[in-house]
Design a protein around this ligand. Structure first.
Ligand code: SF4
Length: 262
């Protein structure tokens, strides 16, 4: 781990140092390798963290960087509503309503990391009134299961499998079965852009051959990651599950593992 915690005034210099570090050491030729984790694999954990920490210290010493005011929204706007967009899809009407809310000085609109938008209001009643007026957002405000699916082969050149179909089925089938706050993260290839490696339930897409030797979509299933709130990595509990069976498999296997989830 790079560090246990980070003071809010150090967020900006760490981000700047990391961007520079990747610019200096990342692979700019091969898009498939253009990720920080490949630099880490190449250098090894120890060298990578030592050199990134050194770059951070140098950057931090350069000047007084702007401070990321993390707690401001909570202090002035204690009411909170999370909006979850199925498959990350935001319709034009939803975008209009989000823009309308963003222009309202009583409402703060913030992005989070899992296809979600968080609204902060000055009071619960005031925020509810605004949301009631933004009718297109009601489905996003009431989505029972949080499923984060990367574009998969629908949009991404690297995508191996379809991610949206299992995401839609999971939303329907698991609506009243998963503990509140559980997030399912589905990535269409091992690059893991939806973060299945730290998910409560993670699916990583891959291609396998069926009994007839034909290539078919499949997933590895992982559970019990820390969702980035702590350093827990999700553990693989099933591999090479054909896509047509993956939701049944989650129902069968994951419920058992869910008991040990926090
Ligand atoms: S995880 Fe998803 S978005 Fe990321 S490269 Fe693979 S298919 Fe594309």
């Amino acid at each position: 781990m790079l560090m246990d915690w980070l003071a809010s005034q150090d967020v900006v210099p760490l981000v700047i140092a990391t961007i520079r570090f990747f610019a200096a050491h990342g692979d700019r030729e091969n898009r498939r390798k253009a990720r920080l984790r490949h630099v880490r694999e190449r250098m090894g954990d120890e060298v990578f963290t030592a050199r990134l920490r050194e770059a951070f210290e140098q950057t931090r010493a350069e000047k007084d960087w702007p401070v990321a005011t993390l707690a401001l929204a909570k202090l002035d706007h204690p009411a909170k509503q999370t909006l979850t967009f199925a498959n990350g899809d935001v319709s034009p009407a939803m975008a209009d309503d989000l823009a309308w809310l963003a222009e309202d000085e009583a409402t703060l609109v913030r992005l989070d990391t899992h296809h979600r938008v968080v609204l902060f209001g000055r009071s619960e009643a005031g925020l509810k009134e605004k949301l009631d007026a933004a009718a297109s957002l009601s489905s996003a405000a009431n989505l029972a299961v949080s499923v984060v699916a990367c574009p998969g082969k629908r949009w991404c050149a690297h995508g191996l499998v379809d991610t949206n179909s299992p995401a839609d089925v999971i939303r329907r089938r698991f609506a009243d079965k998963l503990p509140a706050g559980t997030t399912v993260c589905i990535s269409g290839c091992p690059n893991g852009c939806a973060h299945p490696a730290v998910a409560d339930i993670g699916l990583t897409g891959r291609i396998i051959r069926d009994d007839a030797g034909l290539k078919i979509d499949a997933f590895d299933i992982l559970t019990n990651g820390g969702m980035g709130r702590d350093e827990r990595l999700a553990k693989p509990i099933a591999t090479k599950i054909p896509a047509k069976d993956v939701v049944d498999e989650i129902e069968k296997i994951t419920m058992k593992h869910m008991k040990s989830m926090k």
